[in-house]
Design a protein around this ligand. Structure first.
Ligand code: SF4
Length: 418
């Protein structure tokens, strides 16, 4: 394959995002040290809106784990959690995060001067909509910090989201209010929840529009950009500041579209990424694809923070719906339908499935899905073996060889008019 020189095109709004994240972590750190505000730990697609509406600052351990991965600190820390009985086969977010904690290490210290540790929780709230590992992960910290643990237990492998699913999840969400009132010392205010849900919906809509700019040819955005730009949608949904950030980002990307400015110079192939990022290889992968003229422009992962069902006039039912309609909660049948829509919308030439060794929940290549999708759509795919955080699970040489061969195949298909 002919390789091109890669020119990295910076997204200007990324600077605003860095400031957003710095302010977010400093606020948490201050609250942790001063005790001025209560802190709730929340799973990434957990009921953050309820916590925010009740005055908690919300901390998301998964974002911390992604930082451990991106800074390539994770792999060495995993064995420390293994020594506590957590298998190397289970979620490497969990094992690297607990490993870091027992070693007294955090990437926050390097990124933000003066922060020495993760913020201490007053309560930990999880939702099993993503997996069971999150429950075990939070349970370990609940014991460590002697803090209460609250959970929402979700249906899994859902094909059609039915009223019975919504009713049971909404009821569980309402059920966490009383214990949270006791912990926070505040009284739940429905008006406040409506306000937060409205802001979360606005954030979600803007994030969706940001991601949809990638449908332009050439795409102004890559999946690799998206994995960091999604920070405010994960940790800041429900705030005005996250809404303001995505307005700035969207305007910049729309300008790129108007100028026909692609994120990858001379985009020739449009790729969809299914599965988690390999955090320690974001830059390497971004460059590898760009050198081959391939733009990885859309993903299930970044789309997972789109919550179109949020409705401020019906907070509990709409949150229950939004957090159950998520891709990760659904059956293969529903997932395949979704990916087919994405292939059409983003005009995709090929799909990369990331088979993440320690996260079967976010790996969809193990039960014939790539083959079924190819048969249905004619769009070929490649499965990469790897992991989100444990770099011992991937072979860089193998990945490069396989991706080059895959792009060559796409080139041939193009030449033959397929
Ligand atoms: S979904 Fe995967 S990566 Fe996320 S917490 Fe669960 S096992 Fe870990």
């Amino acid at each position: 394959m002919e390789k091109r020189k890669v020119i990295r095109k910076k997204i200007k709004a990324a600077e605003d995002m860095k400031q957003f994240m710095a302010d977010y972590y400093y606020e948490l750190d201050h609250a942790s040290k001063s005790g001025e505000k209560k802190i709730a730990w929340c799973s990434s697609v957990g009921p953050a809106e309820i916590l925010r509406a009740m005055g908690f600052l919300v901390y998301f351990p998964e974002t911390h784990s992604a930082m451990l991965g991106a800074t390539r600190m994770a792999t060495e820390l995993i064995p420390h959690a293994n020594a506590l009985g957590y298998s190397p086969e289970i979620c490497s977010y969990l094992t690297s995060d607990i490993g870091a904690y027992v070693q007294g290490i955090t990437p926050l210290s390097k990124a933000y001067e003066g922060i020495e540790s993760v913020p201490k929780p007053d309560v930990l709230v999880f939702n099993t909509n993503q997996c069971r590992d999150i429950q075990d992960w939070f349970a370990w910290y609940a014991k460590e910090f002697e803090a209460p643990l609250i959970g929402i237990h979700t249906h899994r492998a859902v094909t059609d989201v039915a009223e019975s699913h919504i009713a049971s999840i909404a009821k569980q969400m309402e059920g966490i209010i009383a214990p949270l009132e006791e912990i926070s010392g505040t009284t739940f205010d429905m008006k406040e929840l409506e306000k937060v849900v409205a802001l979360s919906r606005q954030c979600s809509e803007l994030w969706k529009q940001v991601l949809e700019t990638a449908a332009a040819i050439p795409s102004p955005l890559t999946f690799f950009d998206g994995t960091t730009l999604m920070g405010p949608a994960v940790v800041g949904r429900g705030t005005q500041r996250a809404v303001d950030f995505y307005k700035i980002l969207l305007a910049e990307l729309e300008q790129r579209c108007a100028n026909q400015e692609g994120a990858v110079e001379g985009e020739r192939f449009r790729i969809y990424w299914e599965g988690m990022p390999i955090w320690g290889r974001l830059r390497a992968h971004s460059e590898m694809f760009a050198e081959l003229g391939a733009c990885v422009l859309a993903s299930t992962y970044c789309n997972s923070w789109i919550f179109s069902a949020f409705d401020a006039s019906d907070p509990f039912n709409s949150m229950a719906r939004a957090y159950t309609e998520l891709f990760i909660v659904r059956s293969d049948e529903a997932k395949e339908e979704y990916i087919r829509m994405m292939i059409d919308f983003f005009k995709v030439d090929g799909i990369i499935f990331h088979d993440a060794k320690t996260c079967p929940n976010n790996s969809n290549s193990r039960y014939g899905m790539p083959q079924r999708l190819e048969a249905q759509t004619g769009v070929p795919s490649l499965t990469i073996s790897g992991d989100l955080n444990d770099l011992r699970c991937l072979s860089d040489e193998q990945t490069v060889t396989n991706v080059e061969a895959f792009i060559e195949q796409l080139e041939e298909d193009k030449s033959n008019g397929r």
